[in-house]
Design a protein around this ligand. Structure first.
Ligand code: ADP
Length: 584
């Protein structure tokens, strides 16, 4: 086996470990001799050997010394290993003395001494040097005591069994070394495994902290960026709608462009993170595909017309009249693809093809293809095009500067949710074609559209009063300005506490409630308002775009959830139904 390098810190640990691990063995070793040595004298007594009168007092004396070592170990003056080592060394000296006394025969003594070494080899876990010292002492002292002090010759001693004692003592250090190395190696592997586990545990903690930090950061960024952005976007829209003969100047147009772009970037980053971290769950709803594609096309017509390219939506007329899918997410994917196609096509055409390729009683399978005659994507860039923040380098087209490089990544993630994937075929200079296939439930029954409850048309405004609670001054100004432009009466509160107090004094038809506010947040305030009025619509107006916050709000008394930043039309479209006003 290959040599292992044991570090200093490991050695220190190992010393502590061996001391704990060998505690029982060391005690067992001392106790065995403490009891067995005096007992062995009985055999001599029974056989009438006068050696008994030397043996017993000698063993009692050695026992008292061994007891002394055990006491010192108990008091932690010496370690367990030292205790067993001193015991064995003391015994070797006493045995040497006993061997020098007159014997009838050395056979019994040699058997005892050999057994003692074998027992030590089995029980003790010592460093090599201890074993060497004991063996050298025995190999020197036993023959010396026979040779110099007793009246027996060395050869008689050897013949009566000393040869076994000697051999056992020669082997003893090797056994000690083998046992010691085996234990140390085992401990080393356990130790390194433990270290690896600790390192993995640390890395796991770091990774978890990083994920938490990322989520916290995004949540913070969501709130901190969206809140002022809402002010900018909203104000710009208001200024541009200002009924003035003067056209909005170029600076204002640029400001609007930048604000819209910044809003798109923030929304894309948050959206990507939300989908990527599996916080988005598809919400399949029935819809009419023909209306769906028709409306979608209308949103692109102005841009296509402006660029002078033809935009064709070719929808298979054989499609079922009703499909069941997450319409918003599907339109997000198609919008990304068509938007890119128009953006990267200086002239020619952009086509969306929707074909039915299979139909079972349960589901219909559709092929989608967005084809353009634009600048195309070089082969080398194609593999990474669906990665986040990827934009094809060295674009000469001026449009290429705008965009986050997130659109395709989001589309791919959404397709993953739909259980499908997007494919790309493209040739540089000739155009691109993005395709995907979806299976979805369907019905041939035309949808029954619920007629909205008789509502008043905008302009014919009912006398309604709205309470707006927000701690951010700009957002308050924006919301109230929007309400003012539709002649809607309103009051404002700058925190949840104030909102609750105002609600308890006045009658309101709608409450627009920010979620994060000082003194009392939107959740608490809503809970209190709900005690006064369980039915008044309360809409959470928040900069947080996290699904769980929406769920929390909807489960805690809110009637709606509207995300900042928003553009004025979306604001009206969202709140009007709550006020019983038809959306224009
Ligand atoms: P972006 O916001 O930059 O458009 P996307 O992820 O939607 O981000 O697209 C990534 C890049 O892929 C684009 O910047 C563009 O270089 C390239 N691309 C995407 N669609 C097309 C297309 N129809 N024609 C040419 N290039 C495209």
């Amino acid at each position: 086996m290959k040599d292992i390098y044991y570090s200093e810190s490991f050695e220190q640990l190992w010393q502590e470990e061996t001391e704990i691990k060998t505690r029982v063995q060391n005690r067992l070793f001392c106790l065995t001799f403490l009891v067995c040595n005096p007992l062995s004298a009985i055999a001599f007594y029974l056989s009438g050997d006068p050696f008994f009168y030397t043996l017993l007092p000698t063993h009692l004396l050695s026992d008292s010394i061994i007891l002394g070592y055990m006491f010192l170990n108990y008091k932690k003056v010496i370690s367990g290993q030292q205790m067993s080592f001193y015991t064995f060394a003391t015994l070797v000296c006493f045995y040497a003395f006993l061997l020098s006394r007159p014997h009838f025969s050395y056979v019994q003594s040699c058997i005892n001494l050999t057994l003692a070494v074998i027992f030590a080899g089995l029980v003790l876990r010592w460093p090599l040097r201890y074993g060497v010292v004991i063996s050298v002492m025995a190999l020197v002292l036993y023959p010396a005591s026979i040779y110099f002090v007793s009246n027996t010759s060395l050869s008689d001693f050897v013949e009566q069994g000393a040869i076994f004692v000697m051999v056992a003592h020669v082997v003893f250090p090797f056994v000690v070394k083998l046992n010691y190395n085996k234990d140390r190696r085992e401990f080393y592997f356990r130790y390194t495994l433990q270290q690896q586990n600790d390192a993995l545990e640390r890395q796991k903690t770091i990774a978890e902290q990083a994920t938490r930090a990322k989520t916290d950061f995004l949540s913070m960024m969501s709130h901190e960026i969206r809140t002022p952005l809402n002010g900018i976007v909203g104000m710009v829209h208001l200024m541009m709608q200002e009924e003035s003969s003067e056209k909005p100047n170029d600076l204002l147009k640029t400001l609007k462009f930048s604000a819209d772009h910044l809003m798109a970037v923030v929304n894309d980053v948050l959206d990507f993170n939300k989908i990527n971290s599996n916080h988005v769950v598809l919400d399949p709803q029935p819809f009419n595909p023909f209306d769906f594609f028709d409306t979608l096309k209308k949103t692109f017509d102005p841009k296509a017309n402006e660029k002078g390219i033809s935009l064709v939506f070719s929808v298979d007329p054989g499609l079922p009249v009703q499909l069941v899918a997450d319409r918003l997410r599907l339109s997000q994917v198609i919008t990304n693809l068509v938007h890119n196609a128009i953006k990267f096509t200086p002239n020619g055409s952009v086509t969306l093809d929707v074909k039915q390729v299979a139909r079972t009683p349960e589901a219909v399978t559709l092929d989608f293809a967005v084809t353009d005659t634009g600048i195309g994507i070089p082969k080398s860039e194609q593999p990474g095009i669906f990665e986040i923040f990827t934009q094809v380098r060295a674009r000469t087209h001026s449009d290429s500067v705008s965009g986050t490089g997130l659109g395709l990544a989001i589309s791919r993630e959404l397709m993953r949710l739909f259980g499908s994937e997007i494919h790309l075929e493209s040739e540089e200079g000739k155009g691109s074609r993005f395709t995907f296939r979806l299976s979805m439930p369907y019905s041939e029954q035309p949808m029954v559209v619920n007629q909205p409850s008789p509502a008043m048309v905008a302009g014919d405004m009912p006398e309604v009063r709205v309470l707006v609670a927000d701690d951010n001054k700009t957002n308050l100004v924006l919301a109230t300005q929007l309400l003012k432009r539709r002649n809607i009466l309103h009051d404002t509160a700058s925190n949840g506490q104030e909102a609750y107090e105002m609600f308890s004094r006045n009658r309101y038809d709608l409450v627009l409630m920010d979620l994060r506010m000082p003194i009392m947040d939107g959740f608490e305030s809503t809970a209190l308002i709900r005690q006064l009025d369980p039915v008044v619509p309360i809409i959470a107006l928040t900069a947080s775009a996290f699904e769980n916050e929406k769920e929390r709000a909807m489960a805690n008394g809110f009637s709606g959830y509207f995300i900042k930043p928003f553009i004025p039309q979306d604001f009206y479209d969202y709140i009007f139904p709550f006020l019983g006003i038809a959306v224009k």
